[in-house]
Design a binder for this molecule. Structure first.
Ligand SMILES: Cc1cc2nc3c(=O)[nH]c(=O)nc-3n(C[C@H](O)[C@H](O)[C@H](O)COP(=O)(O)O)c2cc1C
Length: 238
């Protein structure tokens, strides 16, 4: 028989147990801020997690991401100071009991986690014309977010928690980590082993906001003509 040059093989089928394991990982993933163990993530584990991120889909196969591993306590202290500055600004945007509740939330684990990972998107990777990015330049950013989600789920499978910290002035992070202008910061993540976790999103547990029902965000054939979200959510968003 001539060699198969199509690059195709029969699609592997996953049995019930394997399928369930994936759904369990997805449904047991949490954003982690407070529950990190201090011991370092084992190099082989970290490599598997990063390899999972690097296996994500990307526009035109550009793989526009980079993963900056930040372990130095002094550098993390500087990042934490940048978070505190931004968080003080954020706090001012809420009023009344929301402000008090916001203040009580733990929104990062920059110093308590043993590893921080800054995920960036190189907006020049792949050159001027990228297959699939000709009419929407943001496709590289969306690709990078796919990598972040792969990383998050793989970490969960490895017993490693991830917390996404977005409360920064981007320029502060850029300066601290030496990130050039053509590279966008997509995610700043805290990572470390975890022994316990919230069973539902902490923001839901703390009564900040409830999750939307699946039915309220799935629509047939186009944008819905009637406002689908339930009244309780509308009230919460005001
Ligand atoms: C893009 C993005 C930015 C986020 N930024 C923060 C943040 O700055 N601080 C924080 O505590 N959580 C942050 N989160 C976590 C969300 O609050 C969390 O994912 C959401 O409440 C759902 O909870 P769960 O991830 O535990 O299911 C962020 C999540 C995403 C996807």
């Amino acid at each position: 028989m001539p060699p198969d040059t199509s690059g195709k093989a029969p699609a592997r089928r996953f049995d019930d147990q394997e399928r369930q394991a994936l759904y369990d990982i997805i449904n047991n993933r949490r954003d982690v801020r407070n529950e990190f163990r201090p011991d370092p993530v084992a190099p082989a584990t970290l490599r598997r997690i990063l390899a999972a991120a690097h296996a994500a889909p990307s526009v035109g196969l550009t793989q526009p991401w980079d993963f900056l591993l930040i372990r130095d306590p002094r550098r993390r202290a500087d990042v934490h100071a940048a978070f505190l500055r931004a968080n003080a600004e954020a706090e001012e945007m809420f009023e009344g009991h929301r402000k008090a509740l916001y203040r009580s939330l733990k929104l990062e684990g920059i110093l308590t986690s043993p590893l921080n990972i800054c995920v960036t998107c190189d907006r020049n990777r792949g050159g001027k014309v990228v297959l699939g990015r000709t009419h929407d330049k943001n496709m590289d950013l969306y690709s990078t977010v796919c990598a972040v989600q792969n990383l998050w789920l793989a970490a969960r499978a490895e017993g490693v928690g991830i917390g996404w910290v977005s409360i920064f002035r981007p320029q502060d992070l850029r300066d601290l980590l030496g990130i050039p202008d053509h590279v966008e910061i997509v995610a700043y993540l805290c990572a470390g082993y975890i022994d316990e976790l919230y069973t539902k999103p902490e923001l839901e547990a703390r009564d900040w906001r409830a999750r939307l029902k699946l039915e309220s965000v799935v629509h047939e054939e186009g944008w819905p003509t009637r406002q689908p979200r339930d009244a309780a959510d509308a009230a919460r968003c005001e």
